[in-house]
Design a protein. Structure first.
Length: 645
C-alpha cells in the first residue's frame, strides 16, 4: 500500500509565502465556516483509536517526516504567537483522472508548536453528515501521534484513508475543506484547528446539450443550449455560505463554426448563465451544412466538446420589377414621379466572378418601361411621371421585357380649399441619420471589385426595396443598402443575398471611389503587387494614386488586404477634397474615444467625415482598425454620393 509523506520545503517560509497565493485559513477562534461545532479532545482520541485499529500504518502521511528546522519561539509575547503561521493549498481545483492535468496539489503549513495526536482530514461540504462519525469528515490524508514544530507540505495526489477502511482509496469528486487538527503541547488552545479550501475535486467533464440539427434561413443564427456540470450545483451550495462564484470562472466556454469545406466562419467566447444555459450568436454561416462546436474547459483541467449541425437553406432566387411608390395619392393638378427598377443577372463576361459569386444588377427602367391600363380621365403618365386630371381611382400596369408586370394604385382627390397646394412635391426617401454600426464580423469577403457605381438620380427618388435580398431585412443598414443598389454602387449575389457583413478589400474600396468620381489616367501605378489584377482594376488603382487618394507603402499597395475603417475614411476624405479643390476646414474633432493615437491626417479625415454626416460611429467609438463591411461601405458611399450632388 502506498504511504503518503510530509516533505521538506526547500525554501524559507517567506519565500513560499510570496510564491503561493494563500487559501482560506482558520484558527481555533475562527472555526470552519461550514461546520456547526469544533473538535473536542474526546473526539480526537476516538479517531486516534480507530486509526490505530485500522489495517493501515498509522504513519500513512508521516512515514518520513522531514522538517526545515525546529522553530524556537518566545511564548512570552502572546500577541505575536500563532501556533500555525502559514496554512495554504496551492491548487483550488484538482482532477484525479490520470490525464496529467491538474492531477496533484499540495498543502503547505508552518507549525510553530509541538503537537501530540494530529491528523489532516477531508471534510465534505456537500455532505456535512457523511463519514464514519457523521461529522462530514470522510477520511484523512495524514494521521500521527506527534509532530514537532517546523515547516511541511503534503502532496494531495488523489489518495486518502477513509475512516474505518482498511486501505487507501481515491478521493471522490466533491468540494472539501482540508482540516488540520492537533492536540497542542504548548501554550494556547488545547486543540488546534486550521482549515483550507474550498478544494474542488472533479474528474468528469461537462455535458453539452442542444438540438442536434438546426435549420436556419439566415447567415446569422442564435444557437441555444445547456451545459450540465457539477460546478453549477456546487456554486449554488457555496452561495449559502457567501462563497459563491461566477460560473464562467470555473467553466471556460467557446464556440467555433465551420462551413461544409471546413473553413472557420466565426468563433468566440460564450458567457454562460449561472444555471449553465447559453445562447450564442453564430455569424457567417454559408448555404448548406455548417457545424458549430461548443468547447468547455473546466478549472480542474477537464475538457468537453459537442458538435451540432446547422443547415442554412438557400432562398429561391427571385428576379423582377420594383416600383416606388407602390401606391400614389394625388391632388388634381399635381404630378409625382414613379421610379421603376428591374433586377437581372449580370452576365458581363468582362467582369469575371470570383468565389462562386454571381452578381445581380439593378437597372433603372423608368423611362423605357410601358405604362398601361389606367383611366386617362383621371391621370396621364409620361415616362413614369404621373399627373392627376380628375378625382377618382385607377390602376397603372407597368411592364418591361420578360418580367412579370406590376401595378400601382392611384387615388386622385380634389384640392382642399382651406390649404391649397400643401401636398405637392415628390420628396426623397427617409434614411436614418444615426443608425448604430454593429461590431464587424468576419465572414468570407467579396473578392472581386464591385461593379461601376453611377451617380444618384437628380430627383432623389425613394429607395427601391429589392425583395430579392433575403439577408438585409431588419438590418441596421437596410435602407442604405437599398439606395446603394439603386445608385448602382453595389450589386447582389445570385442566390438572392447582399451579404452585408462581408468585408471589402483595399482594391474594392478604390474601385468604388474611382468609379463614383469618374477618375481616369493613362499612367501606371508604381506598385509591385497589383500585376495579377485585371487591367481595369490596375487602371483604377493608378487613377486613385494619381489624384492623391491612395499612397501605398514601400512600393506596395496590398490590394487584397481588408480595408480598415480608418483607411477608407482617409480615401473618402481625400476624394472629397480633390472634388472640392481645396482642403476641408473642419470646425471640430469627432467625439470618438478610440482614434487619438492616429496621425493628424487620419484624425482630420475621420473628423471631417463625421462633420459631413458620412459616418456616425457606434457608442462613442469609430473602431478605426476594424475591417469595413459591405453594409458600412453602403452607408458611407450613399452619404458621400449625396454630398457630391
Amino acid at each position: 500500500m502506498k504511504k503518503k509523506q510530509f516533505h521538506k520545503i526547500f525554501s524559507t517560509i517567506i519565500a513560499f509565502a510570496m510564491v503561493f497565493a494563500p487559501m482560506t485559513m482558520s484558527a481555533s477562534d475562527s472555526p470552519n465556516v461550514f461546520k456547526q461545532n469544533g473538535t473536542t479532545e474526546s473526539v480526537m482520541q476516538a479517531k486516534a483509536v480507530v486509526a490505530q485499529q485500522q489495517n493501515i500504518d498509522t504513519n500513512i502521511s508521516i512515514l518520513e517526516i522531514e522538517r526545515i528546522w525546529n522553530i524556537g519561539f518566545d511564548f512570552s509575547d502572546e500577541t505575536s504567537y500563532e501556533p500555525v503561521s502559514h496554512y495554504q493549498l496551492t491548487e483550488t481545483d484538482l482532477s484525479f483522472n490520470g490525464d496529467g492535468v491538474k492531477d496533484m496539489g499540495r498543502l503547505e503549513f508552518s507549525l510553530n508548536a509541538n503537537v501530540a495526536t494530529n491528523y489532516i482530514e477531508l471534510w465534505d461540504i456537500m455532505n456535512p453528515d457523511s463519514g464514519l462519525y457523521g461529522d462530514g469528515s470522510i477520511g484523512y490524508l495524514h494521521f500521527g501521534d506527534s509532530l514537532p514544530a517546523g515547516s511541511y507540505y503534503v502532496e494531495i495526489d488523489g489518495e486518502y484513508a477513509p475512516w474505518g477502511s482498511s486501505d487507501v482509496e481515491q478521493i471522490p469528486d466533491g468540494i472539501y475543506t482540508v482540516d488540520f487538527t492537533a492536540l497542542n503541547l504548548e501554550e494556547g488552545p488545547d486543540v488546534l484547528e486550521y482549515w483550507g479550501g474550498p478544494l474542488f475535486v472533479k474528474s468528469v467533464p461537462a455535458v453539452i446539450q442542444a438540438e442536434e440539427t438546426h435549420v436556419v434561413a439566415d447567415s446569422t443564427y442564435e444557437l441555444s443550449g445547456q451545459v450540465v456540470d457539477m460546478y453549477i450545483e456546487w456554486q449554488q451550495e457555496l452561495a449559502k455560505y457567501g462563497l459563491g462564484y461566477d460560473l464562467n470562472t470555473k467553466l471556460a466556454t467557446t464556440f467555433e463554426a465551420k462551413d461544409a469545406a471546413g473553413n472557420v466562419v466565426s468563433s468566440g467566447p460564450i458567457n454562460l448563465a449561472q444555471d449553465g444555459s447559453f445562447t450564442v450568436e453564430v455569424t457567417g454561416l454559408e448555404y448548406g451544412d455548417n457545424t458549430v462546436t461548443i468547447f468547455v474547459s473546466d478549472a480542474a483541467g477537464n475538457e468537453a466538446e459537442a458538435t451540432f449541425n446547422v443547415h442554412y437553406e438557400a432562398p429561391k432566387l427571385v428576379l423582377g420589377l420594383f416600383v416606388s411608390p407602390e401606391n400614389l395619392s394625388l391632388l388634381v393638378g399635381e404630378s409625382k414621379q414613379l421610379q421603376v427598377s428591374a433586377s437581372e443577372i449580370n452576365e458581363d463576361e468582362n467582369n469575371p466572378v470570383e468565389g462562386n459569386e454571381a452578381k445581380i444588377k439593378i437597372i433603372d427602367v423608368t423611362e423605357v418601361a410601358a405604362y398601361t391600363g389606367y383611366d386617362e380621365k383621371n391621370i396621364t403618365v409620361d415616362k413614369g411621371n404621373v399627373t392627376a386630371k380628375a378625382a377618382g381611382t385607377t390602376t397603372i400596369t407597368i411592364s418591361y421585357g420578360d418580367h412579370e408586370p406590376i401595378t400601382v394604385n392611384v387615388t386622385v382627390k380634389n384640392p382642399v380649399q382651406e390649404d391649397p397646394g400643401n401636398s405637392g412635391g415628390g420628396g426623397g426617401g427617409y434614411i436614418p441619420s444615426t443608425p448604430s454600426t454593429p461590431a464587424p464580423t468576419s465572414p468570407p469577403p467579396q473578392t472581386s471589385p464591385p461593379p461601376d457605381p453611377v451617380k444618384p438620380d437628380s430627383t432623389n427618388p425613394d429607395p427601391v426595396k429589392p425583395v430579392t435580398f433575403t439577408d438585409v431585412s431588419n438590418h441596421w443598414a437596410e435602407l442604405y443598402i437599398q439606395k446603394a443598389l439603386q445608385m448602382g454602387i453595389f450589386k447582389g449575389y445570385q442566390e438572392g443575398t447582399f451579404k452585408p457583413n462581408h468585408e471589402l478589400t483595399r482594391a474594392q474600396a478604390v474601385s468604388l471611389i474611382v468609379r463614383t468620381l469618374g477618375l481616369e489616367t493613362d499612367e501606371a501605378a508604381p506598385f509591385d503587387d497589383i500585376d495579377k489584377y485585371d487591367e481595369e482594376t490596375q487602371a483604377e488603382i493608378a487613377a486613385a494614386y494619381k489624384y492623391g487618394i491612395i499612397k501605398g507603402n514601400n512600393g506596395s499597395f496590398n490590394p487584397a488586404d481588408k480595408v480598415t475603417r480608418a483607411q477608407i475614411a482617409l480615401m473618402i476624405a481625400r476624394a472629397y477634397e480633390y472634388k472640392i479643390g481645396e482642403t476641408y476646414k473642419r470646425t471640430a474633432t469627432a467625439p470618438f474615444s478610440d482614434y487619438g493615437n492616429y496621425n493628424e491626417e487620419a484624425i482630420h479625415a475621420i473628423s471631417m467625415l463625421y462633420e459631413l454626416d458620412i459616418i456616425s460611429g457606434y457608442e462613442g467609438k469609430f473602431m478605426p482598425q476594424n475591417p469595413t463591411t459591405r453594409a458600412q461601405a453602403a452607408k458611407m458611399f450613399v452619404n458621400f454620393a449625396e454630398l457630391l450632388q
